[in-house]
Each structure stands twice: as C-alpha cells, then as structure tokens.
Ligand binder design. Structure first.
Ligand SMILES: Cc1ncc(COP(=O)(O)O)c(C=O)c1O
Length: 378
C-alpha cells in the first residue's frame, strides 16, 4: 500500500469490539444506537456506521439531516435518529430519506407533517425533554401541551422521548440522577396519555456508571471509538482506541545555536538542534496550542514540537533520536514501539477534550479503515 503523507488508521475491529462490549454492559433489554455524528467523531461515518451495525447496534444517531442523508446515500438502511436543531426548510430531505427527526417546535413539526403528507408517509419523530442541558427540547412542564399539539398532525408519529445528561462524565452524579428522575417522571405522565414506546437517555458516561438510566435504548458516542468520556468515569469496559494518526518526516536538518523556528520565532535553538519537518498542521486538524508543547513519536521515541504549528507543517526536535531520516513514520496519536500518545494526552496539550481531538481531524487527512484480525495498533 502506498501510504499518503498524513493518514488516520481506523481499526474497525476495535469499533466492533467496543460496540460489543457496550452492548454486553447494556444487557438484552436496551438497544445500542451508535452516535456517528461529526463524521463519527472524525473516524469516518460510513465505515464506522457499517461496523457498528454489524457488531450489534440497532440504529444510528446523527446531529444533522445532511449526515443522515450521507449514510442513506451510502446504502445504509438502518433507522437513523437526527438529534440536532433544524430549519423547517430541511424537512423535505428528512422525509425523503426516512430520517427519524427530533421535533422541538410546532413550526418544524408542521413542515415535516406537510412533507410527509405530500410523500404519502407518516414521519416518525422523537421529542427531546430538556431536563437540565439547557440547549433545546421541551421543558418538562411544557411537554404535555406540545405532545397535544403534535397529536393534531396526522402524518407524524411520536415514537420516542429522550433527554441528554449534562454532567454524567463527572464523578459527582447528583445532577445526572436529578435529570434522570425528572425525565422518568415526565415520561411516565406522557405515557399515561400517549402511546410512546421508546425512552432513551444514556450517553457513554451513563452507560459506564449509571445502569439505572439504560431504559429502551442508549446512545454511546465516544466509547464506541474506544475513548472514555473523562478520567472521572469507570474505565473498566475494556475499550480499545480505534484511531491512530500518522504523518511522515520530511526534511531533516541541523540548525545552529540562535536559529529560530516557525512563525513568531517562539523557538530559538540553544545548541545545535536536529529538526525534522512533519508536513501536517492545523489545516489537517492539529491544534495550534500544540506549539512548543506537543510531541510526536519517531523511531519509538518522543520528539517535542518546537515553534508554532503552521497550517501545513510543524517542526519537531529529533536531536536525541538516532538516525531520523526523510520518510520515517511520525505517530501523533497512537503507539509506536514502546511509546504511545493517547487522544487524552493530545487533549491536555491542546486544553480540550479527547472528543475534540479526533473530531477536529480535517478531510485532508486520509482515513484508512482496516478490519485486521491482528491486535489493535494500541
Ligand atoms: C444528544 C446526544 N446523545 C448522545 C451523545 C453521545 O455522547 P458521548 O459521546 O458522550 O457518548 C451526544 C454527543 O454529544 C449527544 O449530543
């Protein structure tokens, strides 16, 4: 295989393993719906969706209608829940591609109802209950009147109610438990009046720590990629990180003392310094906060990033690494020899979370999906 300069290897065997591990944790009474929004958190939506479905996910969840359309156009016919906010003008595609919309207001509901009528369909919808996330959805007190108004739309069928936890990834679960109780009580009242078969709430953190929240379906995202939502949740699920990010050493040369590296001259060589160019930068999704802070693995050793990360390039100090030459692999996330750089370590350098590290990878980084039977690169 001809390796591109920068690529991400996504181990679909790890994805399948993680889905199976989470499914086993959920038990037979709870479906697993794989959250593959934002290009499957950077891992490549279509291959990841297929792998997750094969491994036992019964549905997919995305944030945007266009993400659902992309999956449908790839031939995926599993039910797809769209969780995010949309303009009424997008209702036509939702109906045409049989996406299950989350409906939060009458205006969108009306648009969807009209489109479904014209298409001779009954659109399946879910309603989000805002129990403490404060983004969108109906407040608990306002759910019944909203369900009443939805009942007047003859081309809609409310299949599910859901909520989303704001702090499930924190050690203190008090607020999450409050959210859950509020959701359960609100849903109970709604179900006294309306036939709504599916309730769902749990994200990865709740799957790991709060079995009482499992309900009819759970919506894991980060965990199916083999990453834990935070370091405050149980890390006992045996998850395997699926993504390895690789670049290659370009030019290598020795700079004399006093020479500066990259924009702003934030790095000045104190001694003779062997510098390797890595042709990857923030135009590929590497956070600029890694400037003078992050590291890469070359020949199984850590090479510090020196100077500012540029759009297309960065420089690393390889003075202490024997024999570095053009073409050597440079691992930015993943294992090389005895060393490994995790998405969490990168996140700490970039002052963010592992979610953003993988989701930030831009299309210029070639995704290579493998289904190796061998152990994961981790
Ligand atoms: C509504 C909703 N459900 C589920 C998830 C999955 O969360 P996680 O990746 O923490 O499992 C997300 C992700 O942000 C979400 O927005």
């Amino acid at each position: 295989m001809n390796a591109p300069t920068n690529f991400a290897i996504i181990d679909l065997t790890a994805i399948a393993h993680n889905v199976a591990a989470l499914k086993a944790r959920l038990g037979p009474g709870t479906e697993l719906w794989a959250v593959v929004k934002a290009n499957a958190y950077g891992h490549g939506a279509i291959p990841v969706a297929r792998a997750a479905l094969e491994a036992g996910a019964s549905r997919l969840a995305v944030a945007r209608i266009r993400e659902g359309v992309e999956l449908r156009r790839a031939g995926i016919d599993a039910p797809i829940l769209v969780m995010g906010y949309h303009l009424p003008s997008e209702a036509e595609a939702a109906v045409a591609y049989d996406l299950i919309m989350t409906v939060n207001d009458e205006v969108f509901a009306r648009a969807l109802d009209l489109q479904a009528r014209d298409a001779g369909k009954r659109a399946v919808v879910h309603v989000k209950v805002d129990t403490g996330m404060g983004r969108f959805g109906r407040l608990p007190d306002d759910l019944m009147p909203f369900l009443e108004s939805l009942a007047s739309f003859r081309h809609l069928r409310v299949e599910g109610l859901w909520t989303h936890f704001a702090t499930a990834d924190e050690a203190d679960k008090t607020f999450t438990r409050q959210q859950f109780v509020l959701f359960r009580n609100t849903a109970f009242l709604a179900r006294n009046r309306f036939d709504i078969p599916i309730l769902h709430a749990a994200n990865s953190a709740a799957i790991l720590d709060l079995p009482e929240t499992y309900l009819d379906a759970a919506r894991p995202g980060i965990a199916i990629y083999g990453l834990y939502p935070s370091d405050e949740v149980s890390a006992d699920a045996g998850l395997r990180p699926a993504l390895t990010l690789v670049s290659h050493v370009g030019r290598v040369r020795t700079l004399p003392p006093g020479a500066s590296v990259s924009y702003g001259r934030t790095f000045i060589a104190q001694a003779h310094t062997r510098v390797a160019l890595l042709p990857i930068g923030y135009g590929d999704g590497i956070h600029r906060l890694l400037s003078n802070r992050g590291q890469a693995l070359i020949r199984g050793r850590r090479a510090p990033i020196i100077g500012r990360v540029c759009m297309d390039n960065m420089m690393v100090d390889v003075t202490h690494i024997e024999g570095v030459q053009e073409g050597d692999e440079a691992v930015l996330i993943g294992r090389q020899g005895d060393e490994a750089i995790s998405a969490e370590e990168v996140a700490a350098w970039a002052e963010t979370i592992n979610y953003e590290v993988t989701t930030s990878l831009l299309p210029r980084v070639v995704r290579m999906h493998t289904s190796s039977t061998s152990a994961s690169p981790w």
